[in-house]
Design a protein around this ligand. Sequence first.
Ligand code: CUA
Length: 332
Amino acid sequence: MWNFPFVPPTASKEGEGISLLYWTITLLAVVFGSIVLFGVIYLAVRYRADNNAVDRSNATESDLRVELAWTLIPLVLALVMFGWAAKLYADIYAPREGYYEVFVIGKQWMWHCQHPNGVRENNVLTLPAGRLVKASIISQDVIHAFSIPAFRIKRDAVPGRYNAMYFTPTKPGEYHLFCTEYCGTKHSEMIGKVIVLPEKEFQAWLEKGGQGLATATTGMGGAATGGALTLAQQGEQTFKALGCNACHLNPNSAVKVPDITKTWGSDIPLADGRTVKGDEAYIRESILNPGAKIHAGYQNLMPPYQGQVSEEQLVQLIAYIKSLAGDSSGGN
Ligand code: CUA
């Protein structure tokens, strides 16, 4: 009929639920809006001042049954919509297991994406169909928002903080990728595409180091590189380049340092008596500003690396530290 896209295609499992909820709420709004609109028109015409055909004596002032009906029915409907929406929200933002993780870094004005096996893409994100994906999102400068309308998902890219989002692409194809938070002069150019491949093609693409896919290397400045080293191996290189191994992982170190092979996933006692989880946020903070949370029993001797490591390098270093603890989700 029309070739006018009122709504983007729905290409993720979570998006299907959101689309259904969206159309249900729209339908309810139309139904209740119509009842009010046509009710007002009908009553205004029937009870107009000069209509003598109606009997105005013994007018009913209130009817408890009507009051209860128009209070309880909308209340129940609203609570059902709330519960339904909360479930869909939790599917996307609450931690889930068994995912393929990608790291997304927003910066003025591009999207930089990293895969665990070391493949990197700019303004393009290639994903497998039918698999749960976790996107870990951070910004290198100002607040951006990572949005894929076809998946019905969006999450802010905030400086200094890893935000996660879970979704399952369903249909192979190409979809828009947007920044949906005004972030400066070229905000409107901070766009790209998401390419969803069937699982087998995706694996082949990853193994070829992100090459061999014509669409990924053309247009919008997108190009995939790397793949020779996994993210964790790149992290190891960065670790050595920054000289971290002078103290850490060095049995002959003159400086007493916490054992970073045990950092990931453990409960870390702090000098001030608190306990923190050894997660991405803790590792990131301890690299940039080691004095913020001192491990109990150690002194604040490490220099801060604020301004010396990029967000890409931080993602690599975290993958490396994860791999030291035996967690291979960083691609080792
Ligand atoms: Cu980045 Cu708008």
